[in-house]
Ligand binder design. Structure first.
Ligand code: ZN
Length: 318
């Protein structure tokens, strides 16, 4: 949530129990989250596999000091490094996504906290003016959202390049800070991306759990005109939500989106200024210990990357 800036007050938590949530979900979005419905119907608890993991100590090094329950899942030393290596990915040019361009936008930048004046600069988002970027949130043990988003992005890049897509990242910790949210949008536009996904993890209250996908609302103001991307972005977002549930076993957010895992917003520059299909995903809540145990697990991040990528592939293949 940290990209929202200090003025955003998240809704109060609603601790739904699984049963009613499933019913509500089935009524609201019978197709989009089929995976979740199946998961819930069989009484699965995959989303809770990190339970007991409150002690996960992932202070910046995902492979170190995992809790007992998360230990089996945790990333192997070096896995992250190999995912970052360009040579680990197959070259684009063959596969079902040949010719498709995917832009992955890893939220924030690990260096943002050293450049507060730069990232606090106001930029035009069409409807409003807003901070260039924010530092992002972190788990209570110090695993930064900016590290999480880069790791998931690298894993996604590998998966999508294997499908033949041309993949571009808006930043790879290869610049001191940023880019600003308006530039993040322009990078996708300029690349004529077929799909853009901005990767985040939320910084909400304890007990608030689960993922949500943020869809662009219809905005037409100043430099912002999302009217043409609302529908395809909705399709992209629903596919990502459904596949994220299937791949991770995580439940949709219990604090926003009414159990659907989908939220529409008109106040995000990264969406408002996009002219190509784009969504955000908040993969979980870094400030909840159970979600944090998942987010700090390399194995779980691989599942998350797989789910998001599968949603993109489904969208691009129609
Ligand atoms: Zn964020």
């Amino acid at each position: 949530m940290s990209y929202t800036g200090p003025g955003f007050d998240p809704p109060q938590p609603r601790r739904s129990r699984r049963g009613p949530l499933t019913v509500a979900l089935a009524a609201l979005v019978p197709g989009a989250l089929l995976g979740w419905a199946v998961y819930a119907a069989v009484g699965g608890s995959g989303g809770d596999e990190g339970s007991g993991g409150a002690s996960a100590s992932a202070s910046g090094t995902p492979s170190a000091g995992a809790s007992p329950s998360a230990g089996a899942d945790d990333t192997k030393p070096g896995a992250s490094a190999s995912a970052k290596s360009p040579s680990a990915s197959a070259p684009a040019g063959s596969g079902p996504l040949k010719g498709k361009v995917v832009v992955i936008d890893p939220g924030h930048n690990p260096g943002n906290f050293r450049h507060t004046a730069d990232i606090n600069r106001q930029v035009d988002i069409g409807t409003n003016r807003k901070e260039c970027d924010t530092t992002g949130t972190a788990t209570n043990d110090g695993y930064a959202e900016a590290e999480f988003t880069l790791d998931v992005a690298h894993r996604m890049r590998t998966l999508l390049e294997r499908q033949g897509a041309t993949v571009k990242l808006t930043q790879d910790a290869d610049r001191p800070f940023g880019p600003c949210v308006d530039e993040r949008a322009r990078i996708g536009n300029k690349a004529k991306a077929d799909a853009v996904v901005s990767i985040h993890a939320d910084g909400s209250g304890t007990g608030n759990r689960g993922f949500h996908v943020i869809l662009p609302g219809a905005v037409h103001s100043g430099a912002a005109d999302t009217r043409a991307i609302v529908e395809p972005s909705g399709d992209l977002g629903e596919r990502i939500a459904g596949n994220f549930v299937r791949a991770t076993g995580s439940a949709p957010s219990n604090y926003i989106g009414g159990g659907t895992g989908l939220v529409t917003r008109e106040d995000l520059g990264g969406l408002n200024l996009s002219t190509v299909p784009k969504v955000f995903i908040e993969c979980g809540n870094m400030r909840d210990s159970k979600d944090a145990a998942l987010l700090t697990s390399g194995a779980w991040r691989q599942k998350a990357a797989q789910g998001i990528s599968d949603g993109i592939v489904g969208f691009l293949r129609g």
